[in-house]
Design a binder for this molecule. Sequence first.
Ligand code: ADP
Ligand code: MG
Length: 299
Amino acid sequence: ATPTALLVGTGRGAQLGILIKGPEVLESTRRVDTVLLDKTGTVTTGRMTLLDVTGDPDTLRLAAAVEAASEHPIAQAIVRAAADPQPTLTGVPVAQTGGGALPAVTGFGNVAGLGVRGTVEGREVTVGRGALLSEYAMPDDLARAKAEAEAAGRTAVLAAWDGEVRGVLAVADVVKPTSREAVAALRRLGLTPVLLTGDNETVARAVAAEVGIDEVIAEVLPAGKVDAVKRLQADGKVVAMVGDGVNDAAALAQADLGLAMGTGTDAAIEASDLTLVRGDLTVAADAIRLSRRTLRIIR
Ligand code: ADP
Ligand code: MG
C-alpha cells in the first residue's frame, strides 16, 4: 500500500500546483520545523521600480549603461527608468535621463549578490550595494540619502566612479498579496519562519514586519545563504528553504527540503525538491500539509 499512498500524494500535489521531484521527497517534510524564506522574488514580487536618484547628474545614465548587461531585477528597474522619456522620479531632473540610447560598456563584470562593473565613456563605473563599494569615498550628502532610502524600506544602490560614490538610486518592490497569509499558514503548521536576504537589514526588517516574520538574516552573500542553512542544521533544526534566484540554488540543495518558485530561475528549480508552479507562497504550506497527510496514510 505504501507506493500507492505516495503516488496519490504526488498526484494531489500536481492538482494543487506542486511539482514533486520524487515520492521520497515527502519523507523530508515530516520533521521540518524552520522555514527560510528568500525575500526578493519569493516574499516580494521581485519587480523592482526605481523611485529616486540623488547625486551626480550622470548617475542614472551611467548606472543604466552598466546594468543593461545584467538580468537582476534591480538592473532591469534602472534600465527601464533610463529608457523612459518621462520617468516619475523624485530628486532627478528629467533632462538627466532623456530616454535616449545608453552609452556603450566595455569590460562588463557581474559580482553575484553585490552588483556590476564596467567602463563607460572612459570611466570605470561600479554599481551595487555598500559592500561592493567599500574602497570608494562616501560624501556626507549621499550617506544621508542612502540612510533615508533604507529607513523608508527601499534598497539603496550606489554608483561610483573616479574614487568616489557619485550617486544613490533608491529602488523598491512590493510584498506579494498572499505572503502575509502564507506566513500565518506556515506558523499554524508549527514552523518558525525566517526571512533570508542579501538586501540590507533595515529593508529586510520592514518587509518582515509587513508579512509577520520576527526573525531576519540579512546582508548575506550568495555563499552566506548556504551557511545560514548549515548553521540552523548544526543547531538541530530541520530546515525548509523557499527561493527563486540563482543565488538561492546552493541553499535550496543544502536544505532538508528545498522549495522553488515556479516563476524563478532554472538553477533554483533544479536544486529544489518541490516546485511551487504558480510562484504563490501559500502553496508552500499546502505542500507541507499534503506531504504530512500522505505520510500519515502510509504509516
Ligand atoms: P535577495 O537575496 O534579496 O534575492 P540578491 O542576493 O540578488 O538579493 O542581491 C543582494 C543585494 O545586492 C541587492 O539588494 C543589491 O543591493 C545588490 N545587488 C545585486 N545585484 C545587483 C545589481 N545588478 N545592481 C545593483 N545592485 C545589485
Ligand atoms: Mg530572490
